[in-house]
Design a protein around this ligand. Structure first.
Ligand code: ADP
Ligand code: ZN
Ligand code: ZN
Length: 756
């Protein structure tokens, strides 16, 4: 097949390959009628007949009619855009994403375009709170559909209607306009097929964030880094640079000056941040510098506002884009630099198809457009660090804080030495430290990466444990709501007085979460003003920003929260950071467990002592000799990286080898198991039969660590390969040829961030 660009071959081309936002790998061929020949260009959206419906897709390529097999093609009905919405550059980039991650191109286009352009639209006006129902599980085959719905006809209708309007809609719209009542939607929720979430749409949350960025004078390290980076952007092949700078070393200042350099040379820039609601200061600083020239792409915008921002970039009226993961597809032309802030952050990887990593896409996009890709972090991912060490990428370092305050002292509290019959939540040490801060009117941050009150509810008399109906995970007790909640699906049930198994009042609650810590703090320090920031408090009562603003206005003594408090916060009043349980993530069955723990501790420790007073960090742990904890204690990134890199060498984990996770799932446990075993044999056969695939290591099949999720049983296999091209070949072949029975589904996750 040939791919031709706009302009060349347009006259003769009468066949277009169109990708639809559907979970199928191949595109579909349509005839371009005479009247549409001048407007049906690659990158434009078109309406085509599909089955008995009409669908919107994107023209991927125009083809030579002689090369297309089927002559009885249906016709494109309408062209929706006067000009392609995806430039040749973005079309090409999306093609890379589809190819590398083995994802349907139509779904890549949908992820790349602003919501609403290719289905998936959600918000029409700002300033409202609304409930949105959204498809969680796609059911690509008829067999799956039959199995999922059985005789629940109305549920199926509701599901398929939702599907046809882009996969999500307001609950009110489903109820009032389309006539699907609560009961029907709840039925779908119970089946794990859809979820209902509260969405709060705000007006531009950054319009009044102040930036105090005076014209700071760069210190020598910053000057050096900026000079090197600016020089790189002036080259034709600048490559990738990694800026490792401890928290508070002034990386953001360097980003901003570098972007200014690029813009002054008439080029554009993209800055990616992990989570925009958590980085209002970064955004405000970029705003202060670039004013109207910057488009901030964030989830608080309505579809219309997002499309406006997109258009302003596309037409060159704005040259700088700031945003989260999907902003990597922002239509900035003539890019000079792409910056990925906190590049180690897991949120850059999308958890659903297309499972792309914005960091990887940034590297590829920058390379293809002759721009510099700058990855910044206090704790770079080992993948990036290994490339710096090998000399493939440029490494730059800011080793000191920009302000005259040294990094805070970190001390461990060994939880095994604390007395008491029940597990310690707040050690004596931490309690005293908090008390001192309250007395001195200074602020504290407490981290616990586990929400709810108790994460494990069981019966002391029999063996009953509260687990989710659709997932093999324990339910978490949310005391204030009086409910047991699954953190992996929408399932919840009322909390109980008695054990449902033996009827005794012998239920015990273990596994401390943030809600419980909040209560204990309230009891210990009756006068203290405590704010909790986790998924439960930011979805409803306060938005992140309200909480952070009140901390900044000194209306809060203790800010307690999950990992969301570890990111990018610059709160000068904070002199104490306490980590309640550093071991939470350490025991997860994931090869990145140590790395994530180290990063989290290093990041949260960096929140202390950013103002005029020095900071103190107390880390509670039962594993004080673990090297991830010891290295964080000593602010020793390089020591950590050396040890972790060597630990991964023998088992062959990234960055030593490339990794893909193949997950096979379905509603029938036995069928999934035999499908997984069959897949394993098939892959072994494939690798043995082809000498060019030598060096491939296969692991599994085995049940996933969470072996049942949203009603589906799950098995997985890991594929390891040193060679990216070979791994890609295996994955593409598997996607199209591997034996997968009708009731099961194979999902391919390349460069996985999450192996659970
Ligand atoms: P990072 O992004 O590395 O965490 P920031 O860029 O946020 O660091 O800088 C931390 C603080 O130090 C900010 O308040 C910033 O204004 C200040 N700062 C940065 N560079 C300088 C400098 N050269 N002189 C004085 N203050 C600086
Ligand atoms: Zn019991
Ligand atoms: Zn569940």
């Amino acid at each position: 097949m040939t791919r031709s660009n706009a302009g060349e071959g347009v006259k003769e081309a009468s066949v277009a390959r169109v990708s639809l936002p559907k979970p199928v790998l191949q595109g579909f061929h349509y005839r371009v009628p005479e009247r549409l020949r001048s407007s049906a260009l690659p990158g434009t959206r078109v309406v085509v007949p599909f089955g008995r419906r009409r669908e919107t897709g994107v023209i991927e390529a125009l083809l030579d009619p002689d090369s297309t097999p089927d002559r009885k093609l249906r016709e494109i009905e309408r062209v929706l855009d006067p000009e392609p919405v995806l430039s040749a550059e973005l079309l090409d980039l999306c093609g890379w994403v589809a190819d590398y991650y083995v994802a349907p191109a139509g779904l890549v286009y949908r992820a790349a375009l602003p919501p609403g352009l290719l289905g998936g639209g959600s918000r029409e006006s700002a300033g409202l709170r609304r409930q949105v129902v959204r498809i969680l599980e796609e059911l690509p085959t008829l067999t799956e559909r039959e199995a999922a719905f059985g005789r629940a006809r109305r549920q199926r209708e509701a599901y398929e209607t939702l599907e046809s309007i882009g996969g999500q809609a307001e609950v009110a719209h489903m109820e009032r306009r389309l006539g699907f009542g609560r009961g029907i939607l709840s039925g779908l929720v119970d089946r794990g097929l859809v979820e209902i979430t509260n969405e709060i749409v705000e007006r531009d949350p950054f319009s009044d964030v102040e930036s105090e960025e005076a014209e700071v004078e760069l210190n020598p390290q910053q000057q050096h880094a900026l000079a090197d980076l600016s020089r790189l952007t002036d080259r034709s092949e600048p490559g990738v640079a990694v800026l490792r700078g401890v928290t508070g070393s002034g990386k953001t200042v360097v980003y901003i000056r570098l972007m200014r350099h690029v813009v002054e040379h008439g080029r554009g820039a993209i800055l990616l941040v992990p989570e925009i609601s958590l980085t209002p200061q970064t955004v405000a600083r970029v705003r202060a510098e670039f004013g109207d020239e910057v488009a901030v792409l964030h989830s608080g915008l309505s579809d219309g506002e997002r499309q406006d921002a997109w258009r302003a970039l596309r037409e060159g009226r704005k040259r700088v884009a700031v945003g989260t993961r999907s902003a990597i597809f922002a239509p900035v032309s003539d890019l000079g630099v792409i910056i990925v802030d906190e590049e180690h952050d897991g949120s850059y990887k999308q958890g659903e198809t297309p499972r792309y990593s914005a960091r990887s896409v940034a590297i590829v996009r920058a390379e293809r457009s002759g721009a510099l890709c700058l990855l910044g972090s206090a704790t770079p991912s080992l993948e990036s660090w290994a490339r710096v060490r090998s000399g493939a990428w440029t490494g730059l370092e800011l080793s000191d804080r920009a302000t005259p305050h040294p990094l805070p002292q970190v001390e461990l509290v060994d939880l095994r030495e604390e007395e008491g019959p029940v597990p310690i939540v707040l050690s004596d040490r931490l309690r005293k430290a908090l008390k001192t801060r309250i007395d001195r009117k200074e602020q504290s941050i407490l981290l616990l990466n586990r929400r709810g009150h108790s994460t494990w509810v069981s019966c002391d008399a029999c063996s009953w444990i509260a687990v989710c109906r659709s997932c093999n995970v324990t339910l978490t007790w949310h005391r204030s709501r009086g409910r047991l909640v699954c953190h992996h699906c929408a399932y919840e049930e009322p909390a109980r007085e008695r054990c449902p198994e033996c009827g005794e009042e012998t239920l015990i609650y273990t596994g401390v979460g943030t809600e419980q810590v909040e209560r204990r703090l309230g009891e210990l320090f009756p006068g203290a003003r405590i704010a909790r920031m986790d998924v439960d408090t930011t979805g409803r009562k306060w938005s992140h920003r309200d909480i952070l603003d009140s901390v900044r206005r000194n209306e809060v003594d203790i800010l307690l929260g999950t990992q969301m408090i570890s990111k990018g916060l610059d709160l000068p009043g904070v002199t104490l950071v306490g980590v309640i349980d550093a071991d939470v993530g350490l025991n997860l069955p994931d090869f990145r467990a140590s790395e994530r723990t180290f990063q989290l501790l290093a990041q949260v420790a960096g929140r202390a002592g950013r103002g005029t007073r020095p900071g103190e960090v107390l880390v509670q742990t039962s594993r004080p000799s673990h090297f991830a904890i010891r290295s964080a204690l000593q602010h020793d990134y390089e020591g950590f990286a050396r040890r972790e890199l060597s630990d991964r060498e023998e088992p062959g984990y990234p960055p030593h080898l490339r990794l893909a996770n193949l997950v096979i799932s379905g509603r029938d446990g036995d069928e999934v198991e035999s499908a997984a075993l069959a897949l394993g044999e098939w892959l072994e056969g494939l690798v043995e039969a082809r000498p060019e695939l030598t060096g491939t290591r296969l692991l599994g099949p085995a049940p996933c660590p969470i072996d049942r999720l949203r009603g589906r049983w799950r098995w997985h296999m890991l594929i390891k390969q040193a060679h990216a091209g070979r791994l890609g070949a295996i994955l593409r072949f598997a996607a199209t040829h591997a034996p997968v029975p009708g009731g099961s589904r194979l999902e391919i996750d390349r460069d996985p961030e999450n192996l659970l």
